[in-house]
Design a protein around this ligand. Structure first.
Ligand code: ZN
Length: 245
């Protein structure tokens, strides 16, 4: 599976909004990233065999470390562990959920690969390990429909989290500068836009002053009403613009 993996990342964003979409995009493709690196290093192997399946020409005959069941589990636990160590500034409940969701996002790659791959996914590293794969790649249009269905399902789950209040545009294409409903904010760490201040995208003029980071923990949008620093409270009221609603 290729673009279908991104459906899993969009659904994961709904489960743990604290995770950046960019990180989730990387997580769901992490096993393929590893596979690419391992192939370049000669650790794993593939061959281009025209007509190997109806969907692609990849004979993925040796990928025990990136795409075995045990390997995928190990990489998932590793990713969750690294996030757990790196996200110390978050409350432990949020941190635990985000680490778990990130690990699940990594493992979702293996789960979604099983229906489409030919039987080339080993259960564990080793030459004699049983290999699984249901072979949907042998049916070109069924594969395309499956990819799009998984992507669309994840996209719908994601959009339900951030539905615009007003009518008109409903697919998240409208630019909003308010952080709580800004889709672009999903790609940046929580609170980064607020700390940097908000600028008019056309004139570059500062619309809302930046907010200084409190010691020991970062400012998040949820703190907007109750945890402003004294310097931010004294700051002049932001100038209204037609770009801020
Ligand atoms: Zn893969």
């Amino acid at each position: 599976m290729f673009i279908g993996h991104y459906g899993a990342s969009l659904a994961a964003k709904r489960l743990s909004p604290r995770l950046s979409l960019a990180v989730l995009f990387l997580a769901v493709q992490f096993l393929d990233v590893l596979f690419s690196v391992f192939v370049l290093l000669g650790i794993e192997k593939m061959a281009i065999v025209h007509g190997f399946t109806a969907y692609n020409p990849y004979d993925l005959y040796w990928m025990p470390y990136s795409h075995s069941l045990v390997g995928a589990l190990a990489w998932s636990v590793l990713a969750a562990g690294i996030y757990w160590l790196a996200a110390r500034r978050f409350p432990s409940r949020v941190r635990r959920l985000a680490a778990g969701v990130l690990g699940a996002a990594v493992f979702s790659h293996f789960v979604l690969d099983v229906p489409v791959h030919t039987p080339d996914l080993p259960l564990w590293p080793g030459a004699g390990a049983p290999r699984i794969g249901l072979g949907l790649w042998n049916h070109r249009w069924a594969t395309i429909v499956a990819e799009l269905a998984v992507l669309a399902a994840g996209g719908l789950i994601y959009l339900r989290r951030s539905r615009p209040r007003s009518g008109g545009v409903r697919l998240g294409t409208r630019i909003r500068l308010r952080p709580r409903r800004d889709h672009a904010r999903d790609f940046f760490p929580a609170g980064s836009a607020e700390r940097a201040g908000v600028r008019d995208s056309r004139s570059g003029r500062l619309l809302r002053p930046g907010i200084r980071r409190r010691s020991g923990r970062s400012w998040t949008p949820d703190d907007r009403t109750r945890r402003l620093t004294p310097s931010a409270r004294r700051a002049p009221a932001p100038e209204r613009s037609k770009y801020v609603r």
